[in-house]
Design a protein around this ligand. Structure first.
Ligand code: FES
Length: 288
């Protein structure tokens, strides 16, 4: 069993929650860009979540989870001192940072929680980081202070203009790239984008004409997380890859987004239906 040491909602809408979980072995090896798979109980589904931080001395791993489906909604009902049955990881490959000097990290919604530890580690290594954080509206904005501390320049934007700049991340990324060109400053040697598939697809379209290598972190449906079930397959450069072992980071200019988006929506009706059947009192699943 793995104990919840800290629980804290990150936004006013209480849709994204930070959990610090006691898991010393995972904490010992975890790196930015990797993920874990947890189960609430022995009958529970296996849910992948990105590592948002770790404390090797305390033996804890931080995850930031959006209440999107049945299991994540049930996870939000846990309190400090409660436990989850499994917490397996770290899984997947860590984000490559070797040789980078100037990077633009783009996060969309809860993707900012995944992008944050990557930006933080890069910033600590002395890499110049511009962070573009996009949200639908002010009530779901997260990590304002943390993102500011993890970047040299932070642009916060919302679709409706209720917080920060008004507009989409694609617009601000293009602006920053063009500003580098106009001022004669060094161009980004990498863009790292994490968020909804459709956002990452359009960000890839922005960077393609400039030839800026763009890495995205994928979050397809997963089961075992060890390369055995094939559930997380994605087409990259015309080849089938498994996000859990070959990724989760991939070259955005090589990813077949259309098949990715289609596969991600495959079980949406079942997921929506399952999410309805949660007991408000216990957090448990209702019978019938
Ligand atoms: S989750 Fe089964 S192969 Fe990746």
């Amino acid at each position: 069993m793995f104990k919840v040491v800290t629980k804290r909602f990150l936004n006013d809408a209480k849709t994204i929650c930070l959990f610090e979980i006691e898991a010393p072995l995972v904490a010992k090896h975890a790196r930015a860009g990797q993920f874990v798979i947890f189960r609430l109980d022995e009958q529970g589904e296996r849910v992948p979540v990105s590592v948002a931080g770790y404390d090797r001395e305390k033996g804890t791993v931080t995850v930031m989870v959006q209440a999107a489906g049945r299991t994540t909604k049930m996870l939000h009902t846990l309190n400090e001192g409660d436990c989850v049955a499994d917490f397996v990881g770290p899984l997947g490959k860590a984000t490559e940072m070797e040789g980078l000097k100037k990077v633009c990290v783009v996060g969309g919604g809860v993707g900012c929680a995944i992008a944050y530890p990557i930006a933080k580690e890069m910033h600590e290594k002395g890499i110049e980081v511009t962070f573009i954080a996009g949200f639908r509206s002010a009530d779901i904005v997260i990590l304002k202070e943390e993102l500011a501390a993890a970047s040299d320049k932070l642009i916060m934007c919302t679709d409706d203009g209720s917080y920060g700049e008004k507009g989409f991340t694609t617009v601000f990324l293009k602006q920053e790239i063009e500003a580098n060109i106009a001022s004669g400053k060094a161009q980004f040697d990498r863009v790292i984008a994490i968020g909804p598939d459709i956002m990452m697809k359009f960000l890839a379209d922005v960077t393609r004409p400039y030839g800026i290598k763009t890495i995205i972190s994928l979050d397809p449906i997963m089961v075992d997380g060890t390369g055995m079930c094939g559930c997380c397959r994605v087409i990259v450069g015309g080849e089938t890859k498994f996000a859990c072992v070959d990724g989760p980071d991939f070259d955005a200019h090589e990813v077949d987004f259309d098949s990715l988006i289609k596969r991600s929506a495959f079980y949406k009706d079942e997921q929506d239906e399952a999410a309805k059947h949660i007991c408000n009192l216990t957090g448990g699943v209702r019978n019938g």
